[in-house]
Structure formats: structure tokens, C-alpha cells
Write a protein that binds this ligand. Sequence first.
Ligand code: HEC
Length: 122
Amino acid sequence: MNTRQKQVAVVVVIAIILWFVIAPPHWWLNLTKQVDLTDAATTGEQLVQEYGCANCHIVGSEGALKAPNLNTIMSRLDDVSVRLWLRNPRAVKGNTAMPNFHLSDSEIDAIVAYLELLNNRE
Ligand code: HEC
């Protein structure tokens, strides 16, 4: 490789790294962020803690009032809408304060299982 080709290669590699950090493609998330769904609701509870959902929502016995209560969300919204909120909040509401957590499909499955459990408890 001559110097020019090396420069191009470096720019391409940096662009790909930036792409995966800023807007990771969903197949990549599914590969790298797979969770075990044997006990989906418990895994979901751990993810809700890990991602700090309670900083904005009431979820379980704790939480804040900046966003809708999630304990009864599964009876207020249908399954497809909840999954879309988790996958890409801006796709539901362009100016929402809800961050995109770049969740994988299995993480979404686990969180939905936990939300179902909370909903059934109410
Ligand atoms: C920085 C604050 C913040 C965090 C953290 C956050 N959310 Fe949200 N979320 C919001 C806001 C604000 C809304 C309401 C969206 C709107 O109307 O703009 C929302 C909406 C939702 C909705 C749709 C609620 C409805 O009634 O339509 C779901 C489901 C949801 N969030 C789940 C989660 C989960 C699960 C987590 C953790 C993985 C999480 N959120 C983390 C701010 C947050």
C-alpha cells in the first residue's frame, strides 16, 4: 500500500467505528448484546436497573415522575408499540426525551417479560 491508500484505509476504519458507536446496526446489537431468556423476567429486571429506566419512570417499587409509569404499561399500550419504544423511541415520537439504549431483540424480549410481570401484579 502506498501512503495515499493507507490514508484512505484509516479514514474508512474510523468511519466504520463511528458508525458502530453512534448508530449500531440492529444485527450487530443482536450479535453482541444477546441475553439468556431462560428466566426472562428476572433478566429484564436486571436490564431495567442496568439501563436506569427508574431515573425517569416508575418501574417496580422505585422510580421518578419524569416519564409515564411503566408498572401498568402492558395494559395501556399494545406489545408492538412497547417494543418499538424500546427499540427506537424517536421512531415513535421525534422529540422525545427517552434515550435510545440500542437494545438487542433478546434484551427487548426480557424487558417486555418483566413489564408483563409488573402489569400482572397490579
Ligand atoms: C432520560 C429519561 C428516560 C429514561 C432513562 C427512560 N425513559 Fe422511557 N420514556 C421517557 C419519556 C420522557 C417518555 C415519554 C415519551 C414522550 O411522551 O415523549 C418515555 C416513554 C417510554 C415508554 C412509552 C410509554 C407510554 O406511556 O407511551 C416506554 C415503554 C418506555 N419509555 C420504557 C423505558 C424503559 C424500559 C427504559 C429503560 C430501558 C426507559 N424507558 C428509560 C424517558 C426515559
